[in-house]
Write a protein that binds this ligand. Structure first.
Ligand code: FAD
Ligand code: SF4
Ligand code: SF4
Length: 437
């Protein structure tokens, strides 16, 4: 009897590609009480074709794509292959104001739809379901609607399989916005499914340090809003740079919390699962274009700007056309160093060497050796993640967040150094490494 397919239980980010590729619809996704999404396999339908294993971004590496001349001629161990790094912003002030950074993704999608370069775009929209926050992928054909989809969703995302099945039925050419893990899965799936390959014209990736669980937003409401109830609207970013979390209730009450405040409360640090901790993409290396918050270059930021890493010739063509048509403005950055964030260093560390990991996940052959800072990061994650995992421990988590700076003060100072000068030195060293060496 053949073995059932492996779906790695603790190394799954819930990207959904296994369910998309399964010819028997044997995989469904469920939200667990801890707020993470996990696949459930119906083995009675499974025919053991193992396609799900072959596309899983944590089991199969599509890095070979990088050596096929699709991606830019510059390469860097920390950001992957690229053609250009620029700082850009939407020329539409409202799109820029409502976007996470500079509204560049939204402007680019509007441009693609208006000029009929694609029939539809596939993007997630935020929904509040039974008081919990999720993103659900949808197929959008009307450019005027895209503003409703702008802004980052810091919550689990569902439904890519459903949206892409609709795209396939309607024979649409599309652009999709996705997290790095989903892009890796999609690139794998495109090898096996010619329909998917034909329909996906542009893949836009966002930088991603982690995806907070559905419980993370609950924790923020519990911490800042005294357990507000009947929430029917949530927006994590937008309203300028770096923006606000906006929460509205059915009875018309409205709250806003500064991005930095809610993000640093434990929301951004401890409510993400082991898969995100082990993941060592961050920069969406397999996208046509990657988009990020310009944390490392906030000069004249105004309403917001987006850091853009253009990777493929197709990505550059469409970006420059949108610039020529007046949708986007940009300027080149003095150096590609601005595309590396402190979190990139953590993601590109050889996790297998850290103290407590039982897995070794390496992507390509370019990873940094662990340092004091990455080991401290791991201990901090384990402690915080444990406290975040149970609602009854959330008061302790809040205390931990307050005390942490004193506990880790010298090491945090070291981190700061790493963030600035050390990053530059490391970049100089690793920029000479070649992918696949
Ligand atoms: C979970 C998450 C983590 C991130 N982590 C980092 C980080 O560590 N460092 C960093 O520099 N940048 C990070 N980003 C990216 C950053 O927040 C902005 O999304 C990016 O700079 C683009 O800004 P924009 O104003 O051009 O996009 P907008 O014009 O605001 O458009 C955003 C687009 O992204 C889509 N989108 C929103 N959420 C998701 C999602 N979860 N999955 C797929 N598509 C989505 C929207 O539908 C919309 O089309 C993260 C984004 C997400 C969603
Ligand atoms: S092995 Fe094939 S049929 Fe079974 S769950 Fe995976 S993709 Fe579906
Ligand atoms: S950190 Fe990696 S695994 Fe987690 S959501 Fe982001 S891309 Fe996916």
């Amino acid at each position: 009897m053949s073995k059932s397919p492996r779906i790695p239980p603790d190394l799954c980010s819930g990207c959904g590609v296994c369910s998309l590729i399964c010819p028997k619809n044997a995989i469904r996704f469920r939200v667990f009480t801890n707020g993470y999404i996990r696949p459930l396999l119906d083995s009675s339908n499974c025919i053991n074709c193992y396609l799900c294993e072959k596309v899983c971004p944590f089991l199969e590496e599509p890095n070979s794509l990088m050596s096929r001349g699709l991606y830019g001629n510059k390469e860097n161990a920390l950001i992957g292959k690229y053609l250009k790094v620029v700082l850009a912003w939407s020329t539409n002030k409202y799109v820029r104001f409502m976007g996470s950074s500079g509204g560049v993704i939204t402007s680019l999608l509007i441009y693609l739809l208006r000029k009929r370069h694609v029939d539809a775009v596939v993007v997630p929209k935020l929904h509040v379901i039974n008081g919990r926050v999720f993103g659900v992928y949808e197929v959008v054909t009307d450019p005027a609607k895209l503003i409703e989809y702008s802004g980052s969703i810091y919550a689990p995302i569902f439904g890519v399989h459903k949206a892409l099945k609709e795209v396939s039925l309607r024979k649409y050419k599309i652009a999709i916005v996705a997290l790095p893990c989903l892009i890796r899965g999609l690139r794998n799936a495109m090898r096996f499914n010619p329909r998917l390959r034909n329909s996906i014209r542009y893949v836009f990736g966002v930088y991603c340090y982690n995806t907070p669980s559905a419980s993370a937003t609950e924790y923020v409401m519990n911490t800042f809003l005294n357990n507000v109830s009947n929430v029917n609207h949530v927006r994590f970013r937008g309203f300028g740079w770096p923006g606000y979390l906006i929460i509205r209730t059915v009875n018309g009450r409205s709250f806003r919390i500064k991005y930095q405040e809610y993000s640093d409360s434990g929301f951004g640090q401890y409510f993400y699962d082991y898969s995100c901790f082990m993941c060592n993409d961050q920069t969406a290396e397999l996208a046509d274009i990657s988009f990020a918050d310009p944390w490392t270059y906030q000069v004249d930021i105004g309403l917001g700007k987006t850091l853009v890493v253009i990777r493929t010739a197709e990505g550059w063509r469409v970006f420059s056309e949108a610039v020529e048509e007046g949708y986007i403005e940009y300027r080149e950055l003095p150096s590609f160093i601005y595309a590396v964030q402190f979190t990139t260093l953590l993601k590109k560390t050889l996790r297998g060497f850290t103290l407590l990991s039982k897995h070794e996940v390496t992507r390509g052959n370019y990873v940094l050796p662990p340092s004091i800072s990455t080991i401290v990061h791991e201990i901090d994650y384990r402690v915080g993640h444990f406290l975040a995992s149970n609602k009854r421990l959330w008061n302790l988590l809040r205390m931990y967040v307050e005390l942490k700076p004193y506990v880790y003060l010298p090491l945090i100072a070291l981190d700061y150094k790493l963030k600035t000068r050390w990053t530059q030195i490391l970049m100089k060293i690793v920029s000479t490494w070649k992918i696949g060496k």
